[in-house]
Write a protein that binds this ligand. Structure first.
Ligand SMILES: [Mn+2]
Length: 289
């Protein structure tokens, strides 16, 4: 399938401005790549605009996510696989609200991340909105962000799995447990990563309304993916994640895949294109079927 790539050049909800430059950098890399030649089209980049007077961060992030949502929805209405490259992970609110317009009910979501991203304004010490998108998609959080959702919850908790987790606060885990979301910590992957990862994938992909994949690059070990704003040691090995998606992309269930999102790429921290190459390795198997 052809990849229809959208850049989500946002960093306001994160902790490093560098994320904002990820999509421009990746656009050059993707379009120059011989192995992806003819397989991807760059459909444009959604950029942040300046903070208006009296606006809060929630206003601004919701304004940005609304624009991203509408761009993603128009790309998703055309043939091909929408691929969203971020940007801080708050872009997931815009991405999946846009994709949801193609689904008849709450979809499944595979959330690959070192963190749970399930804070609400009441539980977050930092107030960083990139730590909240999964809670919003499940219907919990700031009212301005929730207003963007075409249905609530946007995703089905029974077909939502968070994978690669190793840094979180108890309140986030409580919320996900209460909603029935499956959380797979990095320790649970150690013994037999493929078996656990494929089981997680099937659980998400078996959702009758389709499913999405949202990857925060910090799920991967910083040795293999250094270009992230919040590195957490001891992550999923780069080769394991590539192998996982190579196998998963071949499953018949993958026909239900609505979009792929890869976030938190911060080019300032990359080492010799290590992370951007890995990002292309992750994307590639979904483009040949
Ligand atoms: Mn994240």
């Amino acid at each position: 399938m052809q990849g229809q790539v959208i850049g989500a050049a946002c960093s306001l909800a994160g902790q490093h401005v560098g994320c904002r430059y990820g999509p421009d950098y990746l656009q050059d890399m993707l379009l120059a790549s011989s192995r992806l030649k003819g397989k991807v089209t760059w459909c444009g980049t959604v950029r942040e605009s300046a903070l208006l007077q009296h606006e809060t961060k929630y206003d601004e992030v919701s304004r940005y996510c609304r624009r991203l949502r509408d761009t993603v929805a128009s790309v998703a209405a055309r043939p091909g696989l929408p691929i969203i490259v971020g940007g801080d992970h708050s872009c997931a609110i815009g991405t999946w609200c846009g994709i949801a317009k193609q689904c008849l009910g709450p979809m499944g979501l595979l959330w690959v991340d070192a963190h749970l991203d399930s804070h609400t304004p009441g539980t977050s010490a930092s107030g960083a909105i990139h730590g909240m998108p999964l809670a919003v998609l499940l219907g919990h959080g700031d009212a301005k962000l929730l207003k963007l959702l075409p249905r609530k919850p946007l995703i089905n908790p029974r077909h939502t799995v968070v994978v690669g987790v190793r840094s979180y606060e108890p309140a986030e885990l409580d919320l996900l447990n209460q909603l029935g979301v499956t959380v797979i910590t990095i320790d649970a992957l150690k013994k037999n990563p493929y078996q656990v990862l494929m089981k997680a994938y099937r659980k998400v992909a078996s959702c009758a309304y389709g499913f999405g994949i949202s990857i925060d690059l910090d799920a991967i070990d910083p040795e293999d993916a250094p270009a992230v704003s919040v590195p957490e040691p001891g992550g999923i090995a780069g080769k394991d994640i590539v192998h996982w998606f190579q196998r998963a992309a071949n499953l018949a269930l993958t026909k239900r895949l609505k979009a792929l999102e890869i976030t938190e790429y911060n080019p300032n921290f990359d080492k010799g294109h290590k992370t951007s190459r890995l990002l292309m390795d992750i994307m590639q198997p979904f483009l040949v079927n």
